[in-house]
Design a protein around this ligand. Sequence first.
Ligand code: SME
Length: 150
Amino acid sequence: MQLKKYDYDRLLYEYREKFDNKNPLQYTVNFLRNKVDKYNWVGIYMVEDDDLVLRAWDGPEATEHVRIKIGEGICGLAAKEQFTVVVPDVSKDSRYIACFPNTKSEIVVPIFNNGKVIGEIDIDSDLIDPFDKKDEHFLESIANFLGSLL
Ligand code: SME
């Protein structure tokens, strides 16, 4: 199946233009899920001590994994290593913590503030291998913008 193409520069511009200072986390998850079809579930976890705590999400269902230890799962790995982690096929990655039966792939992008990871954007997709470098750059730009304002 041909993946839909997105103008990520335009989306980034729109994200910044309409940014909701009063509700930055919820605005961000809603924006990403509404704008990009392959982003089926979007969550933002924030660092609290040694844990990642789910602070906002948008998707068809809630996850049980509202608190994840740094170092555990794909989410914990991205926070610990402080870089974006892409898993094209979750069935082939033993580090993956399963949340939704439909999920086939995942991308986790750290949110930095003053060089420290303060949270992350976690996106699950129902497609295999849907994330490319453009998604990574787009989501890192969103995370940088958000991180500088939190
Ligand atoms: N799959 C994640 C857990 C969070 S859910 O995707 C919402 C992980 O492996 O860390």
